[in-house]
Design a protein around this ligand. Structure first.
Ligand SMILES: O=C(O)CCC(=O)C(=O)O
Length: 185
């Protein structure tokens, strides 16, 4: 079950919300179920390994550093989350990108997602507690939150991705985290 019970006081009404997931999916079920692949990014003509592992399920999704795939079916437990999220938000979530961070030396740099690709972007976090940072693109504001195991974070609204970047900062942390990010497009 997914419960969204907190709205963060920045970015506009209902732009960033937090909640929790209680259900059969755990860090260990995801780790054994998802065939993670190494994520690479390109810089000055060179391929750079990010240390993060990724796997895209559902409709193909591409952005810098993420693997694009052909239509890959959702494993049953993820299909159940998709159905619950689709009911909760009234849109059909079509893609799930899974990220594996082996420890705190691996993060994800500040970026914004393509706001055309989803009105709501929902992230479920499993495993290690990691920070999630928001920075306003005009650099006037920044906020950092700790995402615990089985937490849910929702980013909503086209102007949010236009105005804000988000990141998973590197930090002292010895254990792995998996995030599932759901998009509807
Ligand atoms: O791992 C996360 O929670 C962040 C993932 C993310 O920012 C993204 O997929 O755009």
């Amino acid at each position: 079950m997914i419960i969204i019970d907190r709205t963060l006081p920045f970015g506009g009404p209902n732009c960033v919300q937090l909640g929790s997931y209680t259900g059969p999916v755990t860090f260990h079920t995801l780790q054994s179920m998802i065939p993670f692949e190494e994520s690479v990014t390109h810089m000055f003509g060179h391929e750079i390994r990010t240390g993060r592992l990724v796997y895209t399920m559902g409709k193909p999704y591409t952005y810098n550093g993420h693997t694009s795939t052909k239509d890959t079916p959702f494993p049953t437990p993820i299909q159940s989350i998709i159905e619950e999220l689709s009911l909760l938000f009234g849109v059909t979530f079509s893609t799930c990108v899974a990220n594996f961070y082996p420890n705190g030396t691996v993060g994800l740099g500040a970026h914004s997602d393509d706001e055309q690709q989803s009105e709501h972007i929902v992230t479920l976090s499993f495993g290690a507690h990691r920070k999630f940072a928001f920075t306003k693109k005009d650099k006037t504001e920044s906020h950092t939150f700790l995402l615990p195991n089985s937490s849910v974070l929702v980013m909503s609204g086209a102007t949010f991705q236009r105005d804000w970047k988000h990141a998973i900062p590197k930090m002292k942390c010895d254990s792995p985290r998996i995030s599932l990010t759901f998009r509807a497009y």
